[in-house]
Every structure is written in C-alpha cells, then in structure tokens.
Design a protein around this ligand. Sequence first.
Ligand SMILES: Cc1ncc(COP(=O)(O)O)c(C=O)c1O
Length: 378
Amino acid sequence: MKVKIHTLFQYLLETTEAEPEAVVGFSLAESPRLGDFLSDLDPDLPLDWNNRDFRGLPELRDHVLTNAGLAERCTQEDVLITAGAAEANYLAIMQTLQPGDEIVLETPGWPQAEVLTKAIGARITKITRREEDGWALPMGALADAVSSETRMIFLTNPNNPTGHLLTADEVDQIVDIARSAGAWLLIDEVYAGLEWAGPRTPSVAGVYERGITTGSVSKALGLQGLRTGWLICRDAELMSDALILRENASEIMNIMGEVIAEIALRPERYAPAMEKARCEGRRNLDAMSDWVAAQPGLEWVPPAAGLIGLARLPAGLDPDRLAKTLLAEPYRTFLLPGSAYGLPRHIRLGVGGGTGANLQKGLDRVAQALQDLSRHDR
Ligand SMILES: Cc1ncc(COP(=O)(O)O)c(C=O)c1O
C-alpha cells in the first residue's frame, strides 16, 4: 500500500516557500499563544508517558463529549484522543476499509478519504454537491449510491470547502441510508462550533451505532499546532482497532498537546474563546461578502458554517493562473485554487488566521490581480 500525493497537498508543498504577505484562505480562527496557557500549566508536569491512558487524558475526553453534546449518549470509552482530526480519520478509514470495499464520498470534499481509499485499493463512489443547489448534499444521489456493497460513507459537516451545513433532519436521513446498508458513517466535524445559518448539527456518534465523529481543537479554537483531536464511536471493536493501529504508528498522543487542549476546553476558557471566534468570523465573513459583491463577475455562496467558502471566477479566468500570479510580486498573496478540489472555475476564500493573515491587504491585492488579469486577457 502506497499513499500518493493529492493536488491540494502538492499545491501547499509547492507554495510553502513563497512567504506570502497576506493569506485569503485560512480556515482556522486566530491562534492563541503559548503564554495564554502558562498560568494553568504545571511546571512539574512529567514529560514521559508512564501511567498515561493510551486513549487520552480522561478529563480531556469528558470535555470533548460535553462540547459535542454527547455527554448523555457516549462514555469516555467511546473517545480516543488523536493527532488532530486527520489522524482520527486515518485510523477509522484504515481499520474499516479492505481492498475491494466500497466507500461513498462527497465532491467537493476534504481529500484525505479519497487518498487513503485509493492506497487501500477500495472502490470509490462519489456524489456531487452543486453550486446551483447552494452546495447542498444531494440526498437522492446519496440514497442511490449506497447499497449493501457500501462499507463506509465519509462526509464533512460543516463541509470543507463549501461551508455547507447539514441539518439534524438531514443527518437522520443519512443515518437511515447508512443503517439500511449496514455501513459506517464517518462525519468529520472539524469546523463545528462556527455555525452561522443554524444550530450546531448533532454529532453522528450519538445518533448511530456505527456513526463515527471526528474533530479537533484546530479550527474554531485555532489550536492547529497542538495536533490534538478525537475519534468518537460507540462501537467498542472499532475503538480498539483504532487504538491498535495508532500504537503501531506513534504509540500514544503527545502529552503537551493533550494537556494544553484540556486547559483550552475547560468551560471557563472554552465559552469565551468560542464567542471570540464566532464574533470575528461573522464580522470577517460579512466583509468578505461585501468584497465579493464589489468584484465584477465574481460569485460566491457564503458559508453557512466555518470560515471558508467557494467563489466562482468570471468566465475565462483560470483559478490556477490567478493563484500562481497572486503568489508572486507585486501581490504576494496566498489563496487556494479550485483545482485542489477538482473544480476548474472556483477559488477557495477564507477569512481565518486572525491579524497575521492580513486579510484586508490580501483582498485588495486579489481585487487588483483580478483587474490586471482581465485587462491583460481582453
Ligand atoms: C475537513 C477537515 N478534516 C480534517 C482536517 C485536519 O484537521 P486537524 O488539524 O484536526 O488534523 C482538516 C484541515 O484543514 C479539514 O479541513
């Protein structure tokens, strides 16, 4: 089994040395600093992992369940702390899919599941979210795609990259579809907590016995560098399989990540941090919508949740050319072209990253590049 590179990661690798002065694409809220946590850190904390739980700090697992609204439905045993939502997805996919199995994926969507599925040699069936439907998940197509052959359905909610948000009713419908096929239903909710158009959607681990919820402290809390996330599922065998795979990769979570994440998720810190992320996100997204409206020929469906969404370029403008032009002088601005998601006419816009992203400067430069390129092409 060999894991091959995906266009999105290829693009990130190629552009890391470009040192942009502005980023119009971050998906995470402003990151706190280490100093914000020092007052609650114990200088005598042992940095070995003797006597640590392989599943993660028990109090951290409690916070995870409480914040996901799962405290009544799941127990600590149903939670594994992982190296981000990325590792949680990895463990679940690798331990459920066998060569020849079928997985149903959404497009556009987060590419990780597709990359891993191809490496495993499993079969992929895709269902397509369409811009004209506001990027909604096509329920009829999902029902048609899922059969007794389907081993897993993998979705992101809120969706990366469209920011579409499933309702509780839709999750129930998807659960019915998955249950009728006996399929695992993995819903990655790494962007949860940043909902603008409705309430937070119930986590699937609480509503389906084969439901798998993944998440992390990376996005709404901006703590991506801690590499701390979780896998939640009520199926004891899946949880044990995930633990075993992790033991054979990195063995156990890193203690500092767990300890700081536990502090960040304490109620007295979590509530104000989420309030701040939501206020800033809302304000920046409103500004982004105004900016998009002012650009001739640019259209977007504002995200119903999360900090990223897709904008369609005016006809004739190539997203890859725009992104590459933007990275160079005089613009020095990063954004992600739609080709990272198999979309030939879109760019991904994001309002995260806090003051370090220089969002307004970035938007001014994207506006300038759009003008320059369309003038040049005329
Ligand atoms: C949908 C989705 N899942 C998982 C990840 C990885 O997140 P983490 O930092 O928690 O590993 C990302 C990162 O952008 C993402 O967009």
